[in-house]
Write a protein that binds this ligand. Structure first.
Ligand SMILES: *Cc1c(COP(=O)(O)O)cnc(C)c1O
Length: 436
């Protein structure tokens, strides 16, 4: 990325001066098309959410082109990521929610009823596969067929493509558009706000509507306008996904998918005796992530999901996704990149925390002054002359053997999340400090 050949090119450099990038775009598009089973790819969107917006505009352009400009209803299951309804509204559609059943699947009967009721105005269904509940929707083919039967298009949220690459392809089971989060599935590091890339893949009938650009010739002949300032989004980071796919190869990518699914199921099985796994597929398995239900500890021990997340820091772990998609739970997505040893350390930490909760439940540990409620423990708090808590400093700081060898010291103790969310605190110097 930092090679000047990649990093020093202006996004609007004349195409004849960007030969290397053109090869990279072409090859990456071909690879992504093969992986997803789609006919065309647009590398313009800069994020998954922008891919959603782009894909829905493409669907709208398709309907308009066929004289169906009135199709503006977008069906979205309750389990969807928040960006789905937001993108639908930005693309000028009206959102109709579809219910989920007790197993976390789309309620097929409710979907049929909603598709039927809105048949004349049905524009699209947005569906995440495997779902954000961490299960492979068994009726996905049937779901797509239902939407098509009513004249709608299927937008697949491909953020969970990590569970599909090499094993199955959205284009094969009925999706018309799908975005890929290259910063999730294809190795671009993310977190802390990007940058990411959210290209979309589309079936052949939608290729003519792929985004164009006012300065650079690209996209479909009846394509929508540009969705990003630069024609190929954050092009320089595409080098990461290109190298990743090139080095992994077809067999390597498929193996990564298998290991990602295996890792999630390993964690689910090891932790299930201690924490209920909220949603599972029919065979008792999860997809590439699992949701651990922590809600029961609120009444049994006064312990909430945040207490467990903060206590994990004392064990040396950054907590998994907290309270999403279900409040009071954690969603664990280990991916293919953690070693067996690391997975075991994480499970050991969670099991040890369960024992700490049990001590509170049994009244052996105070309900308010305990290792969970006071977590995370900073060096500053532990090195004070006075220690009044009913547990030892060692219990606080070295709860597991490995923390003696590799200790992560949290730099701040417990903060008041709600207060922080509601009160803007400016830490800048006062304006006088800048005057001469
Ligand atoms: C991450 C995610 C998105 C949004 O992608 P961004 O690149 O963060 O905009 C959408 N849907 C699901 C299911 C996701 O996990």
């Amino acid at each position: 990325m930092t090679w000047p050949e990649f990093g020093k090119l202006h996004p609007f450099a004349p195409v004849e001066q960007t030969g290397g990038y053109q090869i990279l775009f072409e090859q990456l598009e071909a690879w992504l098309a093969e992986i997803t089973g789609f006919a065309g790819i647009s590398l313009q969107p800069n994020a998954g959410s922008q891919g959603e917006y782009t894909g829905l505009l493409v669907i709208r352009a398709y309907h308009e082109d066929r004289g169906d400009a009135h199709r503006d209803i977008c069906l979205i299951p309750q389990s969807a990521h928040g960006t789905n309804p937001a993108s639908a509204v930005m693309a000028g559609m009206k959102v109709v929610a579809v219910a989920c059943d007790a197993l976390g699947n789309i309620d097929a009967r409710d979907l049929r009823a909603k598709a039927e009721a809105h048949s004349a105005r049905l524009a699209a269904l947005m569906v995440t596969y495997p779902s954000t509940h961490g299960v492979f929707e068994e009726s996905i083919t049937e779901i797509c067929a239902t939407v098509h039967a009513h004249g709608g298009q299927v937008y697949m949220d491909g953020a969970n493509l990590n569970a599909q690459v090499g094993l199955c392809r959205p284009g094969d089971f009925g999706a018309d558009v799908c975005h890929l989060n290259l910063h999730k599935t294809f190795c671009i590091p993310h977190g802390g706000g990007g940058p990411g890339m959210g290209p979309i893949g589309v079936a052949a009938h939608l290729v003519p509507f792929l985004p164009r650009h006012p300065i650079v010739t690209m996209g479909g002949e009846r394509g929508i306008g540009a969705v990003a300032a630069a024609p190929w989004g954050s092009a320089s980071i595409l080098t990461i996904s290109w190298v990743y796919i090139a080095l992994m190869g077809a067999a390597g990518l498929t193996e990564a998918t298998r290991v990602a699914i295996l890792n999630a199921n390993y964690i689910a099985k090891r932790l299930e005796p201690y924490y209920p796994v909220l949603y599972k597929g029919r065979g008792g398995l999860v997809a590439h992530e699992c949701i651990l239900d922590l809600r029961q500890f609120k009444s049994s021990a006064g312990v909430e999901v945040d207490d467990i997340a903060k206590r994990l820091m004392d064990y040396g772990f950054h907590a998994p996704t907290v309270s999403w998609p279900v409040a009071g739970t954690i969603m664990v997505e280990p991916t293919e990149s953690e070693s067996r040893q690391e997975l075991d350390r994480f499970c050991d930490a969670m099991i040890a925390i369960r024992a700490e909760i049990e001590q509170i439940e049994l009244g052996q540990m105070d309900r308010h002054d305990n290792v969970l409620k006071n977590a995370p423990h900073t060096a500053q708090a532990l090195l004070s002359d006075e220690w009044t808590h009913p547990y030892t400093r060692a219990q606080a700081a070295y709860p597991a053997a490995w923390t003696r060898e590799h200790k992560f010291w949290p730099s701040v103790g417990r903060i008041d999340n709600v207060y922080g969310d509601r009160n803007l605190v400016c830490s800048c110097l006062p304006i006088e400090a800048y005057t001469v």
